[in-house]
Ligand binder design. Structure first.
Ligand SMILES: Nc1ncnc2c1ncn2[C@@H]1O[C@H](COP(=O)(O)OP(=O)(O)OP(=O)(O)O)[C@@H](O)[C@H]1O
Length: 255
């Protein structure tokens, strides 16, 4: 697949007098693993927030799957096929792993999640959701903890649970905010393999914000670097590896 799935076109986001994004443009093609990189404060999270409509750009356009995202109302967004994970895990600690994953599906399904938690007679839709949640946990290799509370489980396991929850709504595009953050070396490698399997086996498109450069360069098809809210450079990892602009942005101008 080589179609343009997501495109930002001259997007500007201002917070008071500060332009967190200043005419930022980039395109993510369907079936790609793409990454947004850049030093602290470059505007990466703001770009994610603009795509998921948590902040509203002052200028510019964002297109997803042929639709003008900024013209859709919030209600139309949920079924559009964009899911995200957060920098700090956004799981309910006192609920079981399975329940947490089912919450992701209820955002899309018709049965109210509170209703199902209250133990009303299981409806067919709820049973289907439960089965899908199990299957998703199984895919991520964590179905053995389905009935454990999230509280107290290892961080690497919880990261997988969060991915399962994001994917249960069957999105086309998955936004991952610092997926490797806080993971041990071995877990980072396994996460990379999982993300590539999502692309290859489930035909997903991924856009990640990430500081772990070795991880980014190892799994991405396309990398967009921002600095001070502006486009800096973009290209394949091979094209960017020796980019003087990138080195300068991270390390400062050579003396
Ligand atoms: N809600 C906000 N109100 C005011 N300023 C903000 C807000 N969110 C972000 N900013 C500012 O916008 C700029 C870009 O921030 P952003 O968090 O998008 O950068 P980032 O590249 O994600 O950084 P990091 O790598 O540290 O997470 C920064 O100068 C930041 O202080």
């Amino acid at each position: 697949m080589t179609n343009d799935l997501l495109s930002l076109d001259n997007v500007t986001v201002r917070f008071g007098g500060v332009a967190a994004l200043d005419k930022v443009s980039f395109t993510v093609r369907g079936g790609q693993v793409a990454a947004l990189i850049g030093p602290n404060g470059a505007g990466k999270t703001t770009a994610f927030n603009a795509i998921s409509r948590l902040v509203r750009p002052a200028e510019g356009r964002i297109h997803f799957d042929g639709k003008d995202l900024l013209r859709l109302d919030a209600a139309a967004l949920s079924g559009l096929g964009i899911a995200r994970t957060f920098q700090n895990l956004a799981l309910w600690p006192g609920m079981t792993v399975l329940e947490n994953v089912m919450v992701g599906g209820h955002a899309r399904g018709r049965v109210g999640f509170v209703t199902s938690l209250l133990g009303r007679p299981a409806r067919r839709e709820d049973g289907e959701l439960r089965a899908r949640a199990y299957a998703m946990l199984d895919w991520f290799g964590v179905s053995d903890v389905a009935h454990r509370e999230c509280k107290g489980l290892p961080f690497g396991t919880l990261k997988r649970v969060e991915l399962a929850r994001a994917l249960i709504s069957d999105p086309t595009l998955l936004l991952l905010d610092e997926p490797a953050g806080g993971l041990a070396h071995g877990d980072v490698r396994e996460l990379g393999e999982l993300l590539l399997r999502l692309r290859d086996e489930r035909d997903m498109t991924l856009l990640l914000v990430e500081h772990h450069m070795q991880f980014v360069m190892g799994i991405s098809d396309y990398v967009v670097a921002l600095d001070f809210g502006r486009n800096l450079v973009a290209g394949t990892p091979a094209e960017l590896r020796d980019s003087p602009e990138l080195v300068e942005a991270y390390l400062g101008t050579p003396a």
